[in-house]
Design a protein around this ligand. Structure first.
Ligand code: PBG
Length: 335
């Protein structure tokens, strides 16, 4: 569209005119951030402390099940529609194939059940991935240097059933194995979980921005090598569209792009192309950068966080997974 061509030139057109008053700025505002856009990332742990701060992710604690239930109540009272759970697993429960991911009495299923029994109306999203459970920190079963795709996909589908049985509303495969969405959809349906949704980490990049998260869930110290054989090359954009197209074909209800801010162009292309419910994951490294700068007084925390989140809406997101969700909900509700 060549709309500019129809505009009368200055001085007839003064784009500053509607910016001059607060009321007219509000009227012409194109995008809004609401609490309905927020998904709160919560890191859960079986450790000794109820709330254990993550040094590289200021403002975020690993929480035990009781605290997770409290956070869930807080989410509900703030109007946040859903939370996303990520587990820190004790190292003696980890093994090469991530067996603990299949334990129906594991930390994640117990947490889901506890939250669902107290706060049933809050949406629960859970990662389907092996990395919190493997002793090498990779998202799959390995043989030598290779992450074995098809064996991993079977394990993920089994794991999804455990989570759905526990009461998860949305399962979110974050592993980037080929074919996992189809396998999970089929397995869920076989087990009567046809109403459980799949939010696919469809375009997930091999990013340096996951560092604080890996500290938080305890995989930084054990991870051997990197994840470039399964996560995407940050240099690629067309490939993201192919990833999304396949996941939609395989049965994804919603798609996600991750990380967030460095990939706004990808979000924009994906929303324009597929018109699917589209989400961004504002990952740990993004949150840590903002918090660290704010703690030093170098940027205004509230302003920068709100600006980062409206950028996702502008790019076409329907919602954002963010560690800032409760703070943002409070700011929005106060306004
Ligand atoms: C892995 C997973 C990662 C995140 C969520 N699930 C990191 C990774 O791929 O190593 C990152 C979240 C964040 O950085 O906030 N299945």
């Amino acid at each position: 569209m060549k709309m500019e061509a129809k505009l009368p030139a200055f001085p007839k057109t003064r784009l500053r005119r509607p910016r001059l008053n607060r009321f007219s700025r509000r009227l012409v505002q194109e995008n809004q951030l609401t609490v309905s856009d927020l998904i709160w990332n919560i890191i859960i742990s079986d450790g000794p402390d109820p709330r254990d701060p993550v040094p590289s992710l200021p403002g975020v604690d690993r929480v035990n099940i009781d605290e997770a239930v409290k956070d869930a109540r807080r989410a509900l009272s703030l109007g946040i529609p859903a939370i996303a759970l990520f587990p820190h697993i004790e190292s003696d429960l980890k093994d090469p194939v991530g067996t603990e991911a299949l334990n129906p009495e594991g930390l994640v299923p117990r947490t889901i059940r506890a939250i669902k029994s107290e706060v049933p109306e809050l949406g629960i999203i859970v990662d389907v991935a092996l990395d919190p459970f493997t002793d090498h920190g990779h998202d799959g079963v390995i043989a030598g240097d290779e992450i074995i795709n098809d064996i991993t996909v079977e394990a993920l589908a089994d794991g999804a059933i455990i989570l759905a049985d526990a009461g998860a509303d949305i399962v979110a495969p974050s592993d980037m194995m080929d074919g996992r969405v189809a396998a999970i959809r089929q397995r869920l349906d076989q087990h009567g979980h046809h109403n459980v949704m799949i939010m696919s980490y469809a375009a997930k990049y091999a990013s340096g921005f996951y560092g604080p998260y890996r500290d938080a869930i305890g995989t930084s110290a054990v991870l051997k090598g990197d994840k470039r054989t399964y996560q995407m090359d940050p240099a690629n954009s067309n490939e993201a569209l192919r990833e999304i197209a396949l996941d939609i074909e395989e049965g994804a209800d919603m798609v996600m792009i991750k990380p967030g801010m460095p990939y706004l162009d990808i979000i924009y292309r994906i929303k324009s192309e597929f018109m699917m419910p589209t989400f961004a994951f504002q990952v740990s490294g993004e949150a840590a950068m903002i918090r660290a700068a704010a703690e030093n007084g170098w940027i205004d925390e509230k302003r920068v966080i709100l600006e980062s989140l409206i950028s996702f809406k502008r790019a076409g997101c329907d919602g954002v997974l963010t560690y800032f969700a409760p703070n943002v909900a409070e700011w929005i509700n106060e306004d």
